[in-house]
Ligand binder design. Structure first.
Ligand SMILES: Nc1ncnc2c1ncn2[C@@H]1O[C@H](COP(=O)(O)OP(=O)(O)OP(=O)(O)O)[C@@H](O)[C@H]1O
Ligand SMILES: [Mg+2]
Ligand SMILES: [Zn+2]
Length: 511
């Protein structure tokens, strides 16, 4: 007889329901799976057959056809195994077809019938819930992740035989109760109080996080660039509910092992420059999110920026512009979210000492030029803040007063972000860095006081700034104005001081 079960297909962090139809018919004995089954799914046949045999259910020596519908959706996760096995069991009338309504199945089968967790349980749970399914069966390891969708009844299934018994009414599989503890405080990492001097770089870091801008630090070795970057993540405000769900989905799809908790802190990713293009941007089969997606709604730190392969640097343009990456395959296109803040560090030249106050650069000018060319125009164009870092004097280390701590900076950032949200309400943007160059937006959202307007005119003339560069300057100046306003100085509008500071916060390496 014809039987049906439900499972899902993943497209990045979105999912759609898939109906598995199984039929036993006349014809040569064998099992065929049709319906755009690729990669891991093509191998489902063997796993399902073996798992069924292990729980004592051999397929009848007849022609068995399994169809995955709709056929135009690509299915490449082994998570559909469980649904294929159950549909076949229903077509053999081993489990009652009626028990499969409203039940979504998501798990990979081991040859001995155990159920393994498949990546993306949270996405599948969300999909099931949106489509009105009431129950979801997953491997025990994935149950906490799936149960983050409240309202959906999640059952944990360790073995196919357990599920068969439950569907036949021989045993009860209880609703899964989340076991993960609700601890979210976590260690916040190293503190800004350890960083001596570097007033400009510290300001740049604060502006970056407060306004959602991207930041590039350049300078000689050992001056504290990496040190500052490691302290940036703790300054990011916590994720709201919707963002937390998105981030948890991305990480669930990527890891394959369930996230046990909603990810509340913005992620910080620091890929090494030996990362592959697929590792950075996403790829593989099934498609796995890359570092840019793992940094979604958080921070991507690229240390030694110019050591990254050219293809990696060029590939950053799309996510920096659109907040997502597109992965193109013969089998279709998948989009993954990738809205991150970029923080990068680099040396000004191959030897590192160009522009150093005491040491001389040993590189021939051609080598410096070649090195610098890797910092392409389109990439720097998307980085609002470009700041030099110079060595701090030894005397600063003996100062008795400790530098300002991360908590104080984070409090200002939080308040400045709140100001922005208020001002930008209704615009679709949340932070100054997002304000697009559309007609008028910058005039109304980043207004200039008269003295600032005069100074802007002068800066545009002397630095020969493009309209895009002017726009960038005003966005940064607005963040500076917001930061000043939350400490009770200024009115939150851009004055001469903010404009001058903003201009100083974009200083490309010399040469
Ligand atoms: N401003 C500073 N305040 C306190 N310690 C510092 C400072 N600058 C450097 N240091 C010390 O020097 C070490 C090296 O700094 P860091 O690794 O951040 O250098 P870098 O600028 O990233 O250099 P490179 O270009 O070689 O990567 C730090 O771990 C820290 O101990
Ligand atoms: Mg470094
Ligand atoms: Zn050099």
């Amino acid at each position: 007889m014809l039987a049906r079960s439900l499972t899902a297909a993943l497209q990045g962090i979105h999912g759609s329901l898939v109906t598995v139809e199984a039929d036993v018919g006349l014809g040569l004995p064998g099992l065929t799976i049709v319906g755009r089954a690729t990669g891991a799914v093509a191998e489902a046949r063997e796993r399902v057959r073996s798992a069924m045999a292990h729980c004592g259910h051999e397929l009848r020596p007849r022609k068995q056809v399994v169809n995955l519908a709709p056929a135009d959706v690509r299915k490449d996760s082994p998570g559909i195994d469980l649904a294929v096995a159950v549909a076949l069991l229903a077509s053999h009338e081993i489990v009652p077809a009626a028990a499969l309504q409203d039940l979504v199945l998501w798990g990979e089968l081991a040859l001995d019938g155990r159920v393994r967790p498949a990546a993306g349980a949270l996405v599948v749970a969300d999909t099931a819930w949106r489509h009105g399914a009431k129950r979801l069966a997953v491997a025990p390891e994935a149950a906490d992740e799936a149960a983050l969708i409240s309202g959906l009844e999640v059952v944990a299934v360790a073995e196919l035989s357990q599920l068969v018994a439950a569907l036949r009414g021989d045993r009860v599989l209880p609703r899964h109760v989340r076991t993960a503890a609700l601890t979210e405080a976590g260690a916040r990492g190293p503190d800004l109080a350890d960083v001596r001097g570097l007033p400009v770089a510290r300001l740049a870091l604060e502006v970056m996080i407060a306004g959602g801008h991207n930041l590039l630090l350049h300078g000689p070795p050992g001056v504290g660039k990496t040190m500052l970057a490691r302290r940036a993540g703790a300054l990011l405000p916590a994720l709201d509910e919707a963002a937390a769900l998105e981030v948890t989905k991305v990480h669930g799809v990527a890891r394959g092992v369930a996230a046990r908790e909603l990810v509340r802190r913005p992620p910080v990713r620091m890929p090494h420059h030996t990362v592959s293009v697929a590792g950075l941007l996403g790829g593989g089969t099934p498609i796995r999110p890359g570092e840019v997606s793992l940094a979604h709604r958080g921070l991507l730190f690229l240390d030694e920026l110019l050591e990254f392969p050219r293809a990696c640097l060029e590939g950053l343009r799309e996510p920096l512009e659109d907040g997502e990456v597109t992965i193109v395959r013969a089998s279709g296109v998948v989009r993954l979210p990738a809205r991150f803040q970029l923080m990068a560090a680099m040396n000004p030249c191959p030897c590192g000492y160009l522009g150093h106050p005491e040491r001389a650069c040993i590189d021939p000018p051609t080598a410096v030029a070649r090195y610098r060319r890797r910092l392409s125009g389109p990439l720097v164009d998307r980085i609002d803040l470009v700041v030099p870092v110079q060595p701090v004097g030894a005397e600063l280390f003996d100062e008795p007063t400790a530098p300002e701590a991360s908590a104080e900076v984070a409090a200002r950032i939080e308040a400045a972000r709140a100001r922005q949200r208020e001002r930008l309400v209704g615009s679709g943007w949340h932070a100054n860095a997002q304000i697009a160059a559309e007609a008028g937006a910058i005039e109304t959202l980043c207004p200039l006081r008269p003295a600032a307007r005069a100074l802007l005119r002068e800066v545009v003339r002397t630095r020969r700034l493009s309209p895009r560069a002017q726009h960038r300057l005003r966005r940064v100046a607005q963040t500076l104005a917001d930061l000043r306003a939350v400490t009770g100085q200024g009115r939150g509008e851009i004055d001469e001081l903010e404009l001058a500071q903003a201009a100083a916060l974009r200083c490309l390496p010399e040469g």
